[in-house]
Design a protein around this ligand. Structure first.
Ligand code: SDX
Length: 372
């Protein structure tokens, strides 16, 4: 057989399957979840409404939302063994290792782990969405030498997480910006972590295994880990008047600049204008304007030199920093949001499954015989 297979490095440009969950249109920088523009959802909805939309295909009625919120609030508690597990992991590990281990533990603990019916998977998804903030916040606090704050039933999802991290609910401007970031992070078609979740699901493995794989994929700095890398860079730059020179040095050395570029968007990320606005609001509220000035200089210098635009991780990095989070918790926050998109894809994949198993083109040594 002399036919040369065609390879698609990084699966670039390959359409792997259909999905009814979200649509990315790079030509117009548009992104819709179940037909709704993300900008609309960010302006008018809570994160809980968006989670319901992703899982069920429609926004909830008032009665459906009330029930959904009651169920979410009832599932927030982490039992002592789970909190004990978190406390036992070395503080030298990255918080993404903690969330990855916690999800794996939830699977081990679930007697119905193997039940992959859509109803069971929706219930498991809600449990993961509800308990993740409790884990992330407890881990955030223990690294600061503080005891965990229990989840509060009267608070919404975003407010409750902020309260569990900081021991108080911040001002409405901060809560709103945080909620907007959760809505923008929730779903983005066949990105690397979602695809990893779908690969695992395609073998008829369980939802916890799929989410654990997705967390591993999101951790890398070419994917979700970029929001942390952005803030490390900004702190290294220190002052806006050093930003242009810093960026020119990076480009001259042909180094990747975190928070810039995207596999799908080539004219800018659909989510950035909304998040930039939220970042500006946070900066205005926290005396953080210097970070906005630095952002603008970095964006302009990169744009003028290469045409490459910021992605969503560029504004979320400094926004989370100004909200008071430690940098290493930025990617776990991405997990708290993207768990909704991942699990919607896991349910979709299992409802119309085909094993994901591509081919490879062999380039190693030709066949030979073992010489005894
Ligand atoms: C997310 O897929 C998703 O939807 C992901 C995501 C989601 O919501 O799930 O949107 C979330 O992961 C955002 C991306 C976060 N990652 C980063 O910010 C890391 C920095 N960015 C890049 O490394 C890069 O842009 C990627 C990984 C995001 C995309 O990489 P591609 O599509 O493989 O493109 P590439 O690396 O081949 O770049 C093409 C060209 C290269 O130049 P040439 O070799 O053609 O001359 O553009 C250059 C690259 O060097 N380039 C960059 C750059 N991004 C692209 N140069 C410097 N800095 C960058 N950030």
């Amino acid at each position: 057989d002399t036919a040369v297979p065609t390879t698609f490095k990084g699966l670039a440009g390959v359409v792997v399957d259909t999905t009814a969950i979200s649509k990315v249109v790079p030509e117009t920088n548009s992104l819709t979840y179940r037909g709704y523009a993300v900008q609309d959802l960010a302006a008018h909805c809570s994160f809980e409404q968006v989670a319901y939309l992703l899982w069920n295909g429609e926004l909830p009625t008032d009665a459906e939302l009330t029930l959904f919120m009651q169920r979410e609030r009832a599932e927030r508690r982490a039992d002592r063994s789970l909190l004990g597990l978190v406390a036992k992991l070395p503080e030298s590990c990255h918080p993404m290792d903690v969330v990855r281990t916690a999800i794996s533990y939830l699977g081990a603990e679930d007697p119905a782990e193997a039940d992959a019916s859509p109803t069971a998977n929706r219930a498991k998804s809600l449990r993961m969405m509800a308990v993740l903030p409790t884990i992330v916040a407890a881990d955030h606090r223990r690294r600061r030498g503080l005891d965990p704050v229990a989840p509060h039933h009267s608070l919404g999802f975003a407010e409750n997480f902020l309260n569990m991290c900081f021991g108080k609910v911040p001002d409405a401007e901060i809560v709103k910006a945080f909620e907007v970031s959760l809505i923008l992070y929730a779903e983005h078609s066949f990105n690397a972590s979602t695809f990893a979740a779908r690969v695992v699901t395609s073998t008829m493995s369980d939802i916890y295994s799929a989410v654990t794989a997705a967390i591993g994929a999101l951790k890398g700095p070419l994917h979700g880990g970029a929001n942390e890398a952005v803030m490390h860079d900004m702190l290294e730059i220190g002052e806006p008047d050093r930003a242009e020179e810093w960026m020119r040095g990076k480009l001259a050395r042909k180094e990747k600049v975190m928070g810039f570029g995207h596999r799908v968007y080539k004219h800018g990320d659909s989510r950035v204008p909304t998040m930039k606005e939220a970042f500006r609001d946070v900066a205005a509220h926290t005396d953080g304007e210097k970070w906005v000035r630095m952002y603008d200089i970095l964006e302009k210098t990169m744009g003028d030199a290469t045409g490459i635009k910021p992605n969503l991780d560029f504004p979320t990095g400094p926004a989370y920093y100004l909200m008071g989070f430690d940098i290493e918790v930025f990617t776990p926050i991405f997990v708290m949001s993207r768990i909704t998109g991942w699990t919607a894809h896991i349910i979709e994949q299992s409802e119309s499954n085909a094993l994901i198993r591509p081919l490879s083109e062999y380039t190693g040594v030709p066949q030979r015989s073992v010489v005894a």
